[in-house]
Ligand binder design. Structure first.
Ligand SMILES: [Cu+2]
Length: 469
């Protein structure tokens, strides 16, 4: 069923050639879901989390017998999961073994600009970069990925991305699924394009430049056509849209209900019952699905729209499955009194001319200046005038991400955001013509980026810099 659904989404010619070469791969068309390993903390001091990451070139067979050159951290594809606790000092040594420069950005982390891993912290080929910061934010599912000027999209596409999970004392005490890889599953979802003989393709059409690179084949934790066996209990899925440009609408077939428990920057105040969850590139959402009522062997599919992305098999093992806590976390609303600076960020332009507030990214220009520890209100809007053109189905899709901060959404077009968007966020979707109002505080000094997280838009200049001092 899942396999059929994925085949159905291929263009007919592609699907046909797939079947032609697939005689030898048919037995292995489904792959067990890989779980990114937890990276070992090298420090014996409990106050310090010390990690080493090597950015490297590797080889991956997404389809058996069809090797592709890919990129990974400490491996062939993607990266291990880093994990640290609030209060811990984090020290990461990054070694770049590629022949091109890279950076490692800690997406969602509150830290000084010098440790952020944006375009200023270039790691040249054959050299090292050390990031040092202290975790001082709530438990959350963050991630890391490259952020060089002009090569972010390709480096992510070929495999550079990993999870960075934060814990805190409150989340440790919560009675929610938290056994990593068993009932607490990180899922990075990335759509990719393959040729009929299993070669990973990048940027092959004009449309890719306009809308960003999208593909018909979903990779989950780097695997094509994956399956996962879960215990008969509540299971937590840490969803990360790690795609270059694809906007996803996650659901289970049959519109089954689940609860969202966390957004980008941490746990929500309370579990929010939902039957679908939209995530734009870079966004995360933690959801809990209750499998305790299903018999062993039951198959459910996690889907994007109607496309199955992960086959979930209910296993024989049963875990204790208490009800979700009514209160998950305290998310104090950031106070404001009308005296705050209001800034507007308008995303506009097309193709290679995308920009923000009419300007394209220039590393030598600081676009905005903020005061340390101040509170500001930002209004994000998208005006490409592309409504209904190009067969885009409602215009150009953009989103907005800012480094070194977490924010709260005050309003979408003047109305309260939906309940699942009332927690901490660092990335938000903004529709054509929509005005999204957010509030944030600047806790750390330095130079930071704000940009659209459609990576081809970012690389083409839809990015700016703000300085906090
Ligand atoms: Cu964009």
């Amino acid at each position: 069923m899942g396999r059929k659904g994925i085949w159905r989404s291929f263009p007919a010619a592609l699907a046909a050639s797939f079947f032609m070469f697939s005689a030898s791969i048919s037995a292995a068309q489904e792959n067990p879901l890989p779980i990114p390993p937890l990276l070992t903390n090298q420090s014996s001091d409990p106050a310090v989390a010390r990690f080493e990451l090597t950015v490297q070139k590797g080889e991956t067979e997404f389809f058996p017998g069809k090797p592709n050159i890919t990129l990974g951290y400490n491996g062939n594809l993607l990266g291990p999961t880093l994990r640290a606790k609030r209060g811990q000092r984090v020290e990461v040594t990054v070694h770049n073994s590629l022949r091109e420069y890279t950076t490692v950005h800690w997406h969602g982390m509150l830290l000084p600009g010098s440790e952020d891993g944006g375009p200023h912290q270039v790691v040249a080929p054959d050299s090292d970069w050390k990031a040092r910061f202290t975790v001082n934010q709530p438990a959350a599912t963050l991630w890391y990925h490259p952020h060089g000027i002009g090569n972010t999209a390709t480096q992510v596409y070929y495999g550079l991305a990993g999870f960075f999970i934060l814990d805190d004392e409150a989340s440790d005490k919560l009675n929610i699924p938290k056994e990593y890889g068993v009932d607490d599953i990180p899922l990075v979802v990335q759509d990719r394009r393959f040729s009929s003989d299993g070669v990973l393709l990048y940027n092959t059409t004009m449309r890719d430049i306009m809308y960003g690179m999208q593909g018909k084949t979903p990779l989950i934790n780097g695997a094509v056509n994956p399956y996962l066996t879960v215990p008969r209990s509540k299971v937590r899925l840490r969803l990360l849209n790690g795609s270059n440009a694809g906007f996803y609408d996650f659901n289970f077939e049959g519109n089954k209900k689940f609860h969202q428990i966390a957004s980008d920057g941490g746990l929500l105040t309370r579990p929010v019952e939902m039957n679908h969850l939209q995530l734009s590139p870079g966004e995360r959402g933690e959801i809990v699905m209750d499998f305790s009522g299903y018999g062993p062997g039951t198959v459910l599919h996690l889907r994007n729209g109607r496309l199955p992305v992960l086959k979930i098999i209910v296993g024989k093992g049963k875990k204790e499955s208490p009800p979700l806590p009514e209160i998950l976390a305290v998310v104090p609303p950031l106070p404001y009194d009308g005296t705050e600076t209001v800034r507007r960020f308008t995303l506009s332009g097309l193709g290679r001319m995308v920009g923000i507030n009419g300007q394209q990214m220039n590393l030598r220009r600081i676009n905005e200046q903020m005061d340390l520890n101040s509170t500001e209100i930002w209004e994000i809007t998208s005006r490409t005038g592309m409504m209904g053109m190009m067969g885009g189905g409602g215009g150009m899709l953009h989103n907005f991400h800012a480094h070194g901060i977490q924010f709260q959404i005050l309003a979408r077009n003047g109305s309260m955001p939906p309940e699942n968007e009332r927690g901490w966020k660092d990335t938000l979707q903004v529709r054509e013509g929509e005005v999204v109002q957010l509030i944030t505080r600047f806790h750390y000094p330095g130079d930071f980026m704000y940009h659209c997280h459609v990576l081809e838009h970012e690389d083409n200049g839809m990015m700016g810099q703000f300085r906090v001092e």
